[in-house]
Design a protein around this ligand. Structure first.
Ligand code: MD6
Ligand code: FE
Length: 219
């Protein structure tokens, strides 16, 4: 989208901007805002069927981020390890189906970032409460690492930490706001990343929490 000037010649910041992070990763500012109401409605439906829960890491720690999934495959963690599973271990049922609005958002964002034909089969939903963080990690449990990840931020803003190929590489801090979408693939696919502790606050869409959707082609 082009920058616009108002009647006085001030540059008006457009709601949507594309910000390359590095080769293979881009932030699409505000990309999810157009579908906000439908997205939040679909999110409520999913969470009613598969509520947020705190998974246990293979090392025995309880994750502070609440998680659930929608789509044919869901990411789970327990004492046996990390994996994608077609069944929600809480209910014994398949995960809720991927809502159309979710799918359209994910494929549209991927295409805009240059990943035409992305077809996710998993959407991990993370819920951050004040003080909650996600420690540095790589996303490497998916079969085909040529496929990107599409990450949608909703509600409270957070600072995304974006590192390099090694855990010890320096990280850049990327503020992510309600409606921002990060598309992440190619040479960036295995970069370490995390989320800084959520600051307390309030956002009209979701109250005091941040919700992140990450779409993957897992199987
Ligand atoms: C989050 N996101 O933003 C957590 N992973 O809440 C992720 O862990 C993530 O945003 C891979 C690609 C993009 C991401
Ligand atoms: Fe991740």
């Amino acid at each position: 989208m082009m920058d616009m000037a108002d009647l006085f010649g001030h540059v008006v910041s457009p709601v949507r901007r594309d910000e390359p992070l590095c080769d293979g990763a881009v932030v699409l500012r505000g990309f999810a805002l157009a579908d906000e109401v439908a997205l939040l409605q679909a999110l409520n439906t999913v969470v009613a069927q598969a509520p947020f829960r705190h998974l246990i890491t293979p090392g025995g720690f309880r994750m502070s981020v609440g998680m659930t999934n929608t789509g044919p495959l869901g990411w789970v963690s327990d004492r046996r390890g990390y994996r994608y599973d077609p069944v929600d271990p809480l209910s014994g049922n398949p995960w809720p189906g991927l809502p159309d609005t979710f799918l359209q958002l994910a494929t549209g964002a991927a295409a805009r970032a240059g990943y035409v034909g992305f077809m996710p089969d998993a959407c991990l939903i993370n819920r951050y409460e004040p003080g909650t963080r996600l420690s540095l990690h790589q996303d490497r449990d998916e079969l085909d690492l040529a496929q990107p990840i599409v990450s949608v931020s909703l509600g409270m803003p957070a600072v995304f930490l974006f590192g390099g190929m090694l855990r010890t590489d320096a990280q850049v801090r990327v503020p992510l706001a309600h409606g921002d979408v990060v598309v992440w693939g190619g040479p960036a696919r295995l970069r370490y990343h995390g989320v800084m502790p959520l600051k307390p606050g309030y956002h009209e869409a979701l109250g005091g929490v941040r919700i992140n959707l990450t779409f993957r082609k897992a199987g």
